[in-house]
Design a protein around this ligand. Structure first.
Ligand SMILES: CSCCC(=O)C(=O)COP(=O)(O)O
Ligand SMILES: [Mg+2]
Length: 227
C-alpha cells in the first residue's frame, strides 16, 4: 500500500522546456551580476565556497568561480552550490512576474486526489529546496506548496544514488515499499527501486525503451491503490 508519493520536477510535474528554455537562461543572464552584488551575503558566500570545494580550487577568486559556474551550467551539472545560486536568482523572476512555474495540467488534480486519500506528498529534485518551493509557490495554478509535506534536494545525495532514497525513506519515516517515486529518468528510478521503493516512469515526450519501470504518460493514469 502506497502511503507517500515523492515526485521529481523536471520532466515529471513540469515541462523540461520550462526548465531549460526559461529558468536556466534567466539564471545564466543574471548570474555574474548577482554574485558580484551579493558575494558578502552569508547564503551566497556559502554557495560560492561549496563550488570552490567541488571544483577543488579553494582559493579561486570571483572571476574564476564565475567561469566555473558557467561551465557547470553548460554541462547541466547538478552541483549543490550552483543549484543554491540558481534558486536565489530565480526568486526575483518569480516575484516580479517574469514567469510562473510550469505544471502539466494533470498534476494538480492528481496531487489533490492523492492527498484526499491520505497519501503524503513530497518533492525530490536536483533544484534546491528553495527553488522547488518557488516553482510550486508561484506555479501556473498559484501557490500549491500546501499540498507537500516535505522537500528533498541534493543535500540527501544525487538522484541516481541508492543511498539518497534510503535517507529520504528514513526522514519520511515509512518503509521503502510504501513509498512511490515518480520520475522521467530511468536511472533515478533504478536507484529508488534498488532502495526498495515502488517506481513509475513519466513519459511526457519520447518513448524510453531502456527502462524496466512501469510507464505512464501523465498523472491521471496513476492509481496508487493499484500499485
Ligand atoms: C526546482 S526547478 C529547477 C530544476 C533544476 O534545477 C534541475 O536541475 C532539474 O532537476 P530535476 O531533478 O527536477 O530533474
Ligand atoms: Mg526529471
Amino acid at each position: 500500500m502506497i502511503r507517500a508519493i515523492v515526485t521529481d520536477i523536471e520532466g515529471t510535474t513540469s515541462d523540461i522546456r520550462f526548465v531549460h528554455n526559461v529558468l536556466f537562461p534567466y539564471a545564466r543572464q543574471h548570474l555574474a551580476a548577482f554574485i558580484r552584488e551579493n558575494q558578502d551575503n552569508a547564503e551566497v558566500a556559502a554557495a560560492l565556497n561549496a563550488v570552490r570545494i567541488e571544483a577543488e580550487l579553494p582559493e579561486a577568486d570571483l572571476a574564476t568561480i564565475t567561469e566555473i559556474l558557467f561551465s557547470f551550467m553548460d554541462q547541466d551539472r547538478k552541483s549543490t552550490g550552483l543549484k543554491a545560486l540558481q534558486g536565489m536568482i530565480w526568486r526575483a523572476g518569480y516575484v516580479n512576474g517574469s514567469f510562473t512555474g510550469h505544471l502539466y495540467p494533470d498534476v494538480l488534480p492528481a496531487l489533490k486526489a492523492w492527498q484526499q486519500q491520505g497519501i503524503k506528498l513530497y518533492v525530490y529534485s536536483s533544484g534546491s529546496i528553495a527553488a522547488q518551493k518557488l516553482l510550486f509557490g508561484y506555479s501556473d495554478e498559484g501557490d500549491i506548496t500546501g499540498l507537500f509535506s516535505g522537500y528533498f534536494d541534493t543535500h540527501v545525495g544525487a538522484k541516481r544514488e541508492v543511498n539518497a532514497y534510503h535517507t529520504i525513506a528514513a526522514e519520511i519515516g515509512l518503509p521503502a515499499d510504501q513509498l512511490l517515486f515518480l520520475s522521467d529518468i530511468y536511472q533515478e528510478l533504478d536507484a529508488a527501486a534498488e532502495a526498495g521503493w515502488q517506481t513509475l516512469q513519466l513519459i511526457r515526450g519520447d518513448a524510453d525503451n531502456q527502462s524496466r519501470h512501469r510507464q505512464v504518460n501523465n498523472f491521471s493514469q496513476i492509481n496508487p491503490e493499484s500499485i
